[in-house]
Design a binder for this molecule. Structure first.
Ligand code: GAL
Length: 670
């Protein structure tokens, strides 16, 4: 398998390169990614290309057996280009032009920028596209990151109007689709349509949703412009990828990935200013998203954190064991290559405090030794491990357009889409149930349970798909505020949950939005799986009227005390749950255990913070066991049989104890 580092030879004197490469070899590195911010070096003056610095670095690296992934440098348009064409700069919602001086200072809607992109990408791939040492390409760097996903300038407005023309054909249908009769917004010319810059309070919600779709499409087409050029000149076996950041930004990873050979992802469980890492489930969910982006295909971690990170503020120092844990977690969930960010901490520039495997002094120390040990272990079993597969029995539905609809109208100041997605995904993670994150185009066959969190903006095709899935015997978990909107972002005209009413067996006539600090209470119904449980009800309360559904829990406060809060309905051969509020982790833990047991989902209870991930192939099963706690040991009951540590060949049976931050891969022959 490939394991490497992100290397910036341009940031060091050439006299240091041989020592860097000597240390890389000692570490066991077999790939480096470079050049993704090197435009000025490769085109110092418009039209004059000079690849000599990277040529020399690549020669040295490859003479030492290290392969190369090249980044196209379009995240950092050089100063000469901005001076000549300031109109390529993006514009924020307040109409303020984003300045040169950091990175990502361009709008994908600038035709001028697209022309310059074509030139630099063409020259670069003509130069390196036939090299046997270059194994792949990364387009740009983290599209949309640092709030660069939406731009509100003149070029953007023109492109938005054009996009709308193609989508709606006539102004009449656009006006109807946006409900522009409201507040006298009817457009009589395409040129009148604004990009959603600052207004008093809020824009039309349908315009906003289309603007997100447009921004995402614009980035997809910009990426395609690059991939088409790369494909024209690159050797067939050079892959093309992009290093995504998985957030709810206006970037459609799923669409964009259709033009990529594989997906990459930058894994930073902790960053500037954070006092501690994000939760194990939050990290896992990003890997599951990556794996789901291209239907289960393995992905690259193009930047795997190896030291404390931050720009003006530095975050938590990863503890001894963290690099290994996060590396193994990524591989267990689908990464087939790991590239550590970064080789060495820079002595200048914005990222002086982004620490790497080496710190500023360039000496191999603790982190170097930790990575060296990881690579040595993976050399032993990594190839077999990554060629095994991850088989999920549970799916969690994620729809980017739904996330955007929530961003536009969170409806409560306590609502955050990612947090709420995680609320319903995390219990499956905590139970170590193998889970895929799926999209509206995924095939549901083969899953024993499908979780559909905060399904606010519905998709007619998915409504039908999930209905059939349940009818044929599947188990579905819906959460609050489901079925509310249709594709134009209009509220549906039927009683809630609309298209989901029959399958959930409920009606919702009233609901209440709760703000931060406000809550209701929920108590489990006696005789149900939730008997004896209690939970806070936060953010939202759907007042459920059961039709054919059975009540599992009800509200304990307010005028709707005694009203159903959580229900279960038999629908066809399947079972459909509806959770009407943002409830506690503990209640969800109990509920999911009950649901999974009934649905025949395999799960393993571990102490909170201990993660198990199973992979298998025809001959063997691999169990990656990870204790995320920095303080507590964790007792674990292994499934039957003799388990061997894949790196050390130690044998384990029955009970085992994991030390804080201990990670192992155990394997058993089938
Ligand atoms: C990533 C980015 C890198 C570097 C890193 C710092 O988001 O792709 O270029 O900025 O963060 O941690």
């Amino acid at each position: 398998m490939f394991i490497g580092v992100d290397y910036y030879p341009e940031q060091w004197p050439e006299s240091r390169w041989p020592e860097d490469i000597r240390l890389m070899k000692e570490l066991g590195v077999n790939v480096v990614r470079l050049a993704e911010f090197g435009w000025q070096l490769m085109e110092p003056v418009e039209g004059k290309f000079d690849f000599s610095l990277y040529d020399r670095a690549i020669d040295l690296l490859t003479q030492n057996g290290i392969k190369i992934v090249l980044g196209t440098p379009t995240a950092t348009p050089p100063a000469w280009l901005i001076k000549k064409h300031p109109e390529i700069l993006p514009v924020d919602q307040n109409g303020v032009t984003i300045s040169f001086g950091a990175r990502r200072h361009y709008t994908v809607n600038s035709e001028i920028y697209r022309e310059y992109t074509k030139k630099i990408v063409t020259e670069m791939v003509k130069h390196y596209g036939q090299s046997e040492h270059v194994i792949g390409w990364q387009t740009d760097n983290e599209y949309g990151h640092e709030k660069s996903d939406r731009s509100y300038g003149e070029a953007d407005q023109k492109a938005f109007q054009q996009w709308l023309k193609e989508k709606y054909q006539t102004l009449e249908s656009l006006n109807e689709a946006w409900g522009t009769v409201f507040w006298s917004q009817t457009y009589t010319q395409w040129e009148q349509i604004p990009v959603p810059r600052k207004v008093y309070q809020e824009h039309n919600s349908s315009l906003l949703l289309d603007f997100n779709r447009f921004c995402a499409d614009a980035y997809t087409s910009y990426n395609k412009l690059q991939t088409e050029i790369l494909r024209n000149f690159a050797k067939e076996d050079q892959f093309i990828t992009h290093n995504f950041v998985y957030t709810d930004q206006a970037i459609n990873q799923w669409e964009m990935s259709k033009d990529l050979d594989l997906v990459s992802f930058d894994n930073y469980p902790v960053w500037g200013g954070l006092a501690e890492p994000i939760t194990p489930a939050a990290i896992a969910h990003q890997h599951d998203l990556c794996r789901g982006t291209k239907d289960g295909k393995g992905f690259w971690v193009m930047e795997e954190l190896s030291g404390a990170q931050g720009w003006s503020k530095i975050g938590y120092l990863p503890r001894p064991g963290h690099i290994k844990l996060w590396t193994y977690q990524a591989i267990s969930r689908g990464a087939e290559a790991i590239v550590y960010f970064r080789w060495r901490a820079a002595q200048f520039g914005t990222e002086e405090f982004c620490h790497g495997i080496l710190d500023h002094d360039g000496l191999p120390k603790r982190k170097f030794n930790e990575v060296k040990e990881i690579i040595q272990s993976l050399n032993k079993f990594g190839d077999d491990w990554i060629s095994s597969y991850y088989k999920a029995e549970v799916a969690a539905y994620y729809d980017l357009e739904n996330a955007w609809a929530w961003q536009i109208q969170p409806q409560s100041n306590a609502f955050d889409h990612k947090q709420e997605f995680m609320r319903y995904y995390s219990p499956a993670h905590r139970l170590n149930a193998m889970t895929d994150i799926i999209s509206k185009d995924s095939n549901l066959e083969g899953y024993k349970a499908v979780i559909v969190p905060v399904y606010f903006l519905t998709n007619p095709a998915f409504n039908e798909k999930i209905r059939q899935y349940a009818e044929k015997g599947g188990t579905v978990i819906f959460s609050y505020r489901s079925g509310v909107k249709e594709q134009n972002n209009f509220v549906i005209g039927e009683t809630l949950p609309g298209a989901l009413a029959e399958m959930t067996g409920i009606k919702i006539h009233e609901y209440e939005s709760l703000q931060s600090g406000q809550s209701n209470k929920i108590t489990g119904k006696s005789g149900s799986v939730l008997e004896g449980t209690e939970s806070e009800a936060l953010i939202w309360c759907d007042l459920i009227e059961p039709d054919t559904a059975e009540v599992l829990a009800e509200y304990a406060g307010s005028f709707y005390k005694g009203t159903a809060a959580i229900t279960k309905n038999q629908f066809g051969k399947g079972t459909v749950y509806y959770i009407g509020s943002a409830v506690d982790e503990a209640l969800l833990h109990t509920l999911y255990k009950g649901i999974f047991s009934e649905a025949g989902v395999s799960f393993t209870e571990t102490q909170n913070g201990t993660e198990l991930v199973k992979r298998e192939n025809d001959g063997a099963v691999y169990l990656c066991v990870m204790n995320h706690s920095t303080e507590n040991t964790s007792a674990l009951s292994l499934p039957d049989g003799k388990w061997m540590d894949a790196a050390s060949d130690e044998a384990f049976f029955g009970e085992m104890t994991l030390q804080p931050l201990e990670t192992r891969v155990l394997t058993k022959k089938k």
